[in-house]
Design a protein around this ligand. Structure first.
Ligand code: ADP
Ligand code: ASP
Ligand code: MG
Length: 470
């Protein structure tokens, strides 16, 4: 089999974790599999880099110097553990040092200019993966697994949306095959930077926070891998965020439809877009635990397997705002909905949920709170005449809301699910602000106040007995 394995931040974040990475990759190679590896930055590094850049914009350069020391120390310690004081270690540290020089120079420039562009933020954000690759490559080679570092900027071609770039499929397939196939054929393990790509012109982009998952499925699809294995720090996708519901447990199988709802609505274990390349070509994806490699984890395929369960998981996405356009004139004005969403689209904002009552007197939708001010301004601009004529009221919005998503393919055609869902929330006196259910019935989404979110997730988890193994 050809397997693309992605190792996340904690999986490459310490010497102990990297010991497991070596044995996982070595075992797959011994079993005769061809393996491509995608790595994240060591845990905490991306945050340090991005915070430093933002602080530099605000005039504080010291933070970057501290971050540099901290990041250098992390890599110095892990390389020492595996490579001792060898020339190989010196070569890795020299490369990392060069990247840290770049980092400091960039932060200095940002402080002087007082401006941080999305393009610069992507260059800085991607440095952690670029430091991780030489480290992991050297460690694998030292352990007898022949490995070669590869920059994803040479493989993944994206559009120009800095901070959330979208891959261009054909260009990426061409470049990835040309670079990776010969390495794989020669028995090498390519070790690729997660998170980053580059435009056709070669300008570096990133795929959004947590984007190394996406890198793995993009590359898996591009080189026609047999499977993609996402190695992380939990035993697969769980019935809820384990930090919110301690009784949550891993789900053995999910369908593409189910995981795309869960990851879209906040299950951090997989990047929200990561399943798309796999789904397009029916590529199986496994979520596995680097710290418990024998655990079967979660297998994601077209079918999933609900084991008789209607509801399989509940998730929450926080820091959302609910925007409402309302007014008696809504019924009479043709195209208000179209104009509303066109205006929102111009702000390049992601709308996560839409709900309209059948009276057509209001439309409400949910956007990330970081974007709500721009969205409201764009709407007021677009609808100014209707607002002045009082056909529409002012655009209202409510911050500090959360979307909960209750997910399971088996909900389709199972009566009574929403009754139980709203029953339990009513009993717990949790106010439901808005509701949406797609006609596909894989998912019921609802909006509650941020303060109620964790309790709501816990109560829904208990109501559907998700703590019982399926
Ligand atoms: P990595 O660095 O390996 O990409 P992440 O921190 O991005 O790891 O994602 C794994 C984390 O996602 C877990 O440690 C867990 O805390 C969190 N998480 C949130 N929701 C879920 C869920 N439904 N199932 C599993 N993990 C979840
Ligand atoms: N290092 C990046 C992040 O922290 C990408 C990833 O870990 O997937 O967002
Ligand atoms: Mg992640």
């Amino acid at each position: 089999m050809l397997i693309v394995m992605k190792f996340g931040g904690t999986s490459v974040g310490s010497a102990a974790a990297l010991e497991n990475v070596i044995s996982i990759v070595a075992k797959a190679r011994q079993e005769g599999h061809a393996v491509g590896v995608v790595v994240s930055a060591m845990s905490g590094v991306t945050n340090l880099l991005l915070d430093s850049a933002r602080q530099a914009e605000a005039g504080h350069e010291k933070i970057a110097q501290q971050a540099r020391l901290e990041i250098a120390k992390k890599h110095a310690e892990t390389t020492l553990h595996f490579l001792g004081n060898s020339p190989e270690r010196q070569a890795v540290l020299a490369e990392i040092n060069g990247l840290l020089d770049e980092f400091e120079a960039l932060c200095h420039g940002i402080r002087v200019l007082g401006e941080l562009t999305p393009r610069a933020l992507d260059v800085i954000g991607g440095l952690g993966e670029r430091m991780s690759v030489p480290q992991v490559t050297a460690i694998l080679n030292q352990a007898g697994v022949a490995a070669t570092g590869v920059a994803a900027t040479e493989l993944i071609v994206t559009d120009h949306r800095f901070g959330a770039a979208v891959p261009l499929i054909e260009e990426t397939a061409e470049k990835s095959q040309a670079t990776l196939r010969p390495l794989l054929a020669a028995g090498q393990v390519p070790v690729v930077t997660g998170f980053i790509g580059a435009t056709k012109e070669g300008i570096q982009t990133t795929l959004g926070r947590g984007g190394s998952d996406y890198s793995a499925t993009i590359i898996g699809r591009a080189i026609e891998a047999d499977e993609v294995w996402i190695w992380t720090d939990v035993n697969g996708v769980m019935t809820a965020d384990p930090r919110v519901v301690p009784q949550a447990h891993p789900i053995s199988q999910l369908s593409y439809a189910e995981i795309s709802e869960l990851s879209f609505f906040g299950a951090k274990v997989l990047h929200s877009q990561a399943i798309r390349p796999a789904r397009r070509v029916g590529l199986p994806v496994r979520i596995l635990n680097t710290f418990e490699p024998e655990h079967p984890g979660t297998l994601i395929t077209a079918k999933g397997n609900n084991g008789g369960r209607a509801v399989k998981a509940v998730t929450a996405i926080k820091e959302m705002s609910l925007v409402t356009v309302e007014g008696s004139g809504m019924i009479g004005i043709p195209g208000v909905a179209g104009r509303t969403f066109t205006a929102v689209a111009r702000t390049d904002t992601n709308v996560l949920m839409i709900s309209q009552a059948s009276s057509e007197q209001s439309i409400c939708f949910v956007v990330p709170s970081t974007d709500v001010a721009r969205v409201v301004a764009a709407l007021e601009d677009e609808l100014i005449r209707e607002i002045e004529r009082r056909d529409l009221e002012r655009v209202r919005w409510e911050q500090d809301t959360v979307i909960l998503a209750v997910v399971g393919d088996g909900m389709k055609g199972t009566p009574g699910i929403s009754g139980r869902l709203f029953g339990v929330l009513g009993r717990e006196k949790i106010n439901v602000i808005a509701i949406a259910q797609g006609s596909s019935e894989h998912n019921i989404s609802l909006v509650v106040a941020q303060g109620d979110a964790d309790r709501a997730v816990q109560q829904i988890h208990a109501e559907f007995a998700l703590e019982l193994p399926s």
